[in-house]
Design a protein around this ligand. Structure first.
Ligand SMILES: C[S@@+](CC[C@H](N)C(=O)[O-])C[C@H]1O[C@@H](n2cnc3c(N)ncnc32)[C@H](O)[C@@H]1O
Length: 367
């Protein structure tokens, strides 16, 4: 850092948070957000009230806690998308990456002119719903369908807008191999635009010919996003990094598909919801699938223990006629890929199905 300021530990923590986020964005393929975070790390100062309040963030600004850098990047992208900051928009895609001093000047002017909007935006944690994760999740559903041979009852924890609870309605490219569900009850709905999820694939393919029949689907979230509310959709899009056009286009298409789907994510804490929906869902010749992606780290250890104990207790009653699966796509650690794990009862062995890019850009299937 080039500044020779004498600052509080809080301000230094804020600058470190922006630098850490810049590193993640570089590794996850967003040069624009990386540059934005770098110029903010060095360039935010205390000459105006908003920037002062950013430097004096109450809480932990780091990427693994309050994610202040992603809150601010989201606020700026929201302003660009709304057409409120033409000078900054001129430095966003499709325009080439700007030089750092120009970007910083445009960012500071956007912050200066939109203080109330940005302050309000910063109050909320980033909320995403990454459709790229549908590829490993659907591959996991196929694996479960192949092993049990039954239709699936899906229960998603931390479903956000619910875009992955309808993942069987999207089209896929697992590497060079196209796949779409043609089982009745699955597959794209007439009239909705195709959602194409393509990912790099290494290792064997999942059992693509397994009969993927969805018996029922439900999802819960502590703060669900309603895809019929345009301002909530805009917010979801604002958190996608502005230079990742493919993710944005895919998100748009998935929102369209969800708008025509007859399900809504239920507003509830996962622990409570699971206890209310899982026992009554036990039916013969149906596999109950509890699944989640990039959700576990949001839970306090006590909540993680509660959910684990609850699933394990229900699993004790699972049988060949009433199997239960627990599919988890969760980060292995800070700045690491995610792991797709499956536990299927009866049996209950915990298996690693795949290693996965955090946004689903690639999947390495198998050990
Ligand atoms: C990073 S987002 C992931 C969303 C989605 N699973 C995906 O992969 O795109 C984490 C989600 O978990 C939700 N969440 C966090 N704690 C929760 C809880 N205790 N119960 C239900 N949802 C929770 C958040 O509101 C947020 O929507």
């Amino acid at each position: 850092m080039s500044q020779s300021r004498s600052e509080s530990g809080t301000a230094t923590g804020v600058r470190d948070a922006f630098l850490a986020q810049a590193g993640f964005c570089e590794r996850l393929g967003s040069p624009l957000t990386a540059l934005l975070c770098r110029v903010l790390a060095d360039g935010v100062d205390s000459t105006n009230e908003l920037e002062r309040s950013i430097l004096a963030w109450r809480g932990d600004p780091s990427p693994c806690a309050d994610s202040l850098p992603l809150r601010l990047a989201g606020a700026l992208h929201a302003l660009v998308r709304a057409g409120r900051v033409p000078a900054l928009a001129a430095l966003y895609p499709p325009h080439p990456l700007a030089d750092p001093p120009r970007l910083l000047a445009a960012v500071r002017s956007a912050l200066g002119e939109n203080g109330a909007f940005v302050r309000e935006f910063l109050r909320h944690p980033p909320q995403t719903n990454e459709v790229g994760r549908a590829a490993p999740l659907v591959a996991g559903w196929l694996e479960i369908a192949a092993r049990t041979g039954y239709p699936l009852s899906l229960f998603e924890l931390g479903a956000s807008a619910g875009l992955n609870v309808i993942a069987d309605r999207y089209a896929y490219r697992f590497g060079d191999t196209p796949w779409r569900s043609d089982t009745p009850g699955s597959g794209a709905r007439a009239g909705s635009a195709e959602v194409m999820v393509a990912c790099g694939w290494s290792g064997p393919l999942p059992p693509l010919d397994a009969p993927l029949l969805i018996h029922s689907r439900r999802g819960c979230d502590r703060h669900p996003l309603d895809v019929t509310d345009l301002s909530q959709c805009e917010r979801l899009k604002a958190y996608v990094w502005a230079d990742q056009r493919e993710r944005l286009e895919r998100l748009d298409a998935a929102i369209g598909a969800m708008q025509t789907a007859p399900i809504r994510v239920e507003a509830c804490d996962a622990q409570q919801w699971l206890a209310s929906v899982l026992p009554s869902a036990s039916e013969p010749y149906v596999t109950r699938v509890v699944f989640h992606s990039i959700f576990w780290s949001y839970l306090a250890p006590a909540a993680q223990e509660q959910i684990t104990a609850y699933v394990t207790r229900i699993a004790a009653e699972a049988s060949m006629e009433r199997p239960l699966a627990w599919l988890r796509l969760e980060l292995l650690g800070r700045d690491q890929p995610a792991a797709l794990r499956l536990t299927l009862w009866p049996g209950g062995a915990d298996e690693l199905l795949a290693r996965v890019h955090p946004h689903g850009a690639w999947v390495h299937w198998g050990e």
